[in-house]
Design a protein around this ligand. Structure first.
Ligand code: GDP
Ligand code: ZN
Length: 324
């Protein structure tokens, strides 16, 4: 049985990069990619810690039946050149697709085993901190390290001074300022991506493809049709893994609206917004929601310019989504 890594998933089949037969003797050139089909039933159990108030924790079992980009798989080869996925191997990390309606309790994984999630924002089409925080929380839940990339620095060189952006660095996250257009900031970003598997997400128009094109040297929009066979024309809706010239992998994720938080709890939000949590002891009401109550230390911090209003808005919105 051969093993490999799923580099693209296309509903009824996937592209798998085969591990070299002998790890020490990697053949020159790009790793061998094969098309593998699915047969029979695949099943993998992911275990996610669900957190509740009062520190009570439960392990939630998420059963999945589909492969995701980055999955390690075992393949059979019933006929020479005909590969089938037999097993999904253990997932170390995951990013889940939001599921609504009757699929709410069957979250699907979009990216497996990534080390970090790079959330890309830009002044045009505009920052949405709510989205950044959702992505950061989804990353944290799935075991990935979130990083922030603020692109289009050329449009506003004062971006690094913005309070709502400074917060992320203050909270200990890595923040990079780039201009894909003018090739600025990419040298600093390089070492953060080297030898890591990084998923990229961001609203359409922020410059994600431009950044990935610069970083990988591959014209990503064009690559959605597989070079060797011409198969795989699924537009940009299908995530694809690319290698970085200096080592490491990147994957462009499909639309940001696809991202989901499986069972967000109040404790997750509280821990994530630790700057706001630290202020709440100064509020007049013990269960202050920081929206309408008098004598609110959090809103006071906003008025005095110590806390970005966008950050408070994002907090209020995410807190309202909590299940407990
Ligand atoms: P995506 O939808 O996030 O993949 O964004 P694209 O890479 O397609 O870029 C959207 C638009 O923003 C294009 O017109 C790009 O030329 C432009 N763009 C990308 N990066 C930058 C940048 O750093 N500065 C400026 N001014 N424009 C950029
Ligand atoms: Zn308050």
């Amino acid at each position: 049985m051969r093993q490999g890594t799923v580099v693209q998933y296309l509903a009824d089949y996937c592209w798998v990069e085969l591990d070299p037969l002998e790890p020490q003797h990697r053949a020159p050139g790009p790793p061998k990619e094969v098309l593998a089909r699915f047969r029979g039933r695949l099943e993998l159990v992911m275990q996610q810690e669900e957190r509740h108030q009062r520190e009570q924790r439960e392990v939630e079992r998420i059963v999945t039946q589909q492969v995701a980009v980055g999955d390690r798989v075992a393949l059979s080869e019933p006929q020479p050149g005909d590969f089938a996925v037999e097993e999904i191997l253990r997932r170390e990390t995951w990013l889940l697709r939001s599921s609504v309606g009757r699929y709410r309790h069957k979250p699907q994984c979009v990216v497996a085993n990534a080390d970090q999630l790079a959330v890309v924002v830009a002044p045009v089409p505009g920052f949405s901190l709510g989205t950044v925080d959702r992505c950061f929380l989804a990353a944290i839940q799935g075991g990935l390290e979130p990083i922030l990339i603020v692109n289009k620095l050329d449009l506003d060189p004062r971006l690094p001074e913005r309070l709502e952006i400074k917060t992320y660095a203050e909270m200990g996250y890595s923040v990079f300022f780039t201009s894909a257009l003018l090739d600025q900031g990419l040298a600093a970003l390089g070492p953060a991506l080297a030898d890591k598997y990084t998923a990229f997400c961001g609203h359409s128009g922020v410059g994600k493809s431009s950044l990935l094109r610069r970083l990988t040297g591959v014209d990503i929009a064009v690559r959605s049709v597989h070079a060797a066979t011409g198969r795989g024309r699924h537009g940009t809706s299908s995530a694809r893994l690319y290698h970085l010239p200096g080592g490491g992998e990147v994957v462009d994720t499909p639309g940001i609206r696809e991202f989901g938080l499986a069972h967000l709890t109040w404790l997750d939000v509280h821990e994530y917004f630790s700057d706001i949590a630290a202020l709440t002891s100064g509020c007049g009401f013990r269960d202050c929601s920081h929206t309408v109550e008098p004598d609110c230390a959090v809103r006071r911090a906003v008025e005095e310019g110590r806390l970005a209003v966008k950050r408070l808005e994002s907090y209020v919105k995410l807190r309202a989504e909590c299940s407990s």
